[in-house]
Design a protein around this ligand. Structure first.
Ligand code: SF4
Ligand code: SF4
Length: 77
């Protein structure tokens, strides 16, 4: 799904409990080598995993902001 927003995983906050993997009804999350991998094609942004994560390590963010963060680029306000 692409409406300008994407699910974002915070590696620093995540405690690798695996709950979100079981919560996602669309099979969009997997835990691989200690990292949550998001299949953005499967994710419908339903927010179930966002609400279910005990440490708020998943959030839905504007895609542009996320790409900028991934690339270490600061967006101008
Ligand atoms: S937002 Fe919904 S569809 Fe996307 S990964 Fe989380 S639970 Fe799955
Ligand atoms: S539910 Fe939250 S803390 Fe647990 S594996 Fe998923 S993102 Fe990490």
């Amino acid at each position: 799904m692409n409406d300008g927003r994407r699910l974002y995983w915070d590696e620093q906050k995540c405690i690798r409990c695996g709950l979100c993997v079981g919560i996602c009804p669309f099979d969009a999350l997997t835990l691989e080598d200690g990292k949550i991998v998001i299949d953005h094609d499967k994710c419908t942004l339903c927010t179930l995993c966002v609400k279910g994560c005990p440490v708020a390590a998943l959030m839905i963010r504007p895609q542009l902001e996320e790409i900028a963060r991934e690339r270490g680029v600061a967006l101008e306000a």
